[in-house]
Structure formats: structure tokens, C-alpha cells
Ligand binder design. Sequence first.
Ligand code: GTP
Ligand code: MG
Length: 195
Amino acid sequence: MVIKNVNLETVCGITSTIPENDRFEVAFAGKSNVGKSSLINALMNRKALARTSAQPGKTQTINFYNINDAMYLVDLPGYGYANANIEIKAKWGKMIENYLHTSKKLNGVFLLIDIRHDPSENDQLMYEWMVSQGFAPIIIATKADKLKRSQLPAHLKAIEEVLNVEPGTIIIPFSAETKQGREEIWELIDSLVLV
Ligand code: GTP
Ligand code: MG
């Protein structure tokens, strides 16, 4: 995808209705601080259109980025943000679930996992839930710049094993710092939405 124009078109809070877009969407899920908003900025060639933070819990709404009036990249709040109170956590969880359930235009789901660590219990639950809902999540192993290249294969394998991924699941190492993986992710998005 050649980026011509991007625009944060819709912001959905806990009480908002999910928009019924007429163009395809792909969504990015993962625990707080894993790098969802940073990945979306990298995909859009923007430094800070999607707000990022070293503190987990930055994105608290579902944000729809219109790309070239052709499709949407959807930034989701992170799950597992320890400092949010239980009620808020439950509401975000419901909001994410509700979106993944009800969007009629969602053609692809990416699940982001920090390449340095084994997936958490929440990551495993999210992956299993997505599969049970009929999605074939593509895994993005984020922050690849934090490891030596020689360490990547073992970490990718660990993610694959802990999540117990479905056969044929794609796992892409990505870095928002070096942009490693950006082209591969766009190729996948193009194949998901330009049908
Ligand atoms: P929430 O909105 O809280 O759910 O977090 P998020 O998943 O959107 O994470 P965000 O993009 O805000 O990034 C969290 C922190 O990780 C920020 O300090 C980013 O700069 C950093 N970060 C994200 N991606 C990378 C990466 O590829 N490499 C490195 N070194 N840091 C990264
Ligand atoms: Mg975010």
C-alpha cells in the first residue's frame, strides 16, 4: 500500500456504538504496551498520529484510521493493564470483544506479542478466543530490535509453542525502531483487504 492520506476518523469509547464502515478493516490487539499504536504509526509512516507512551494503558478507545479512503487500521486498547481498576478492565475487555464480534468489515486480526517474553495467560486466552470466533490471527512479534538477530528464531518458536498456534499460522518479527517487518505486514494487509 502506498500511503497517500491517513486520518483518525472514528474514536469509540466504552459507551460509543461501533461504526458500520463500508470499507474493510484490520485490527491490532495485544496487551498494554506491546506496541500496537507504534506499529500503526510505522504502517502509516507517521511518527505520532497514534498516541504512544512508555506507560501502559495509553490507548483507551477503539481508533479507526482511514487509509487512502480505501480501508481502516483499527487500534484497540491493550488488555491486562494492571493499574486499571477491575471494572474498567472488564469494560475494555467487553469493548474489544464486542468490536471483534460485531464488525461486519473486519477482514483480518493481528495479535501482537512482545518478542522478548513468553505469551502471558491473557495472550493465550485472547488467541484461543479469536480462533474460537473463526479468526485466523496473524502474530506479530514486536520490539525485535531489543534482541540480537541470532536470538530471534528461538523466541519466535517459543511464542509459537506457548500459544499452541494453528498449523500455518504466520508469525512476523517487527520493530517500530528499525521498521523490520513493515513491508511483510503491508503485503499481508493488502492480501486481506484488496479482495
Ligand atoms: P497501549 O495503548 O497502552 O495498549 O500500548 P500500545 O500497545 O499501543 O504500545 P505503544 O505503541 O504505546 O508502545 C509502548 C512503548 O513501547 C512505547 O514506549 C514505545 O516507544 C515502545 N515500543 C513500541 N514498539 C517498539 C519497538 O518496536 N521497539 C522498541 N524498542 N520500543 C517499542
Ligand atoms: Mg496504544
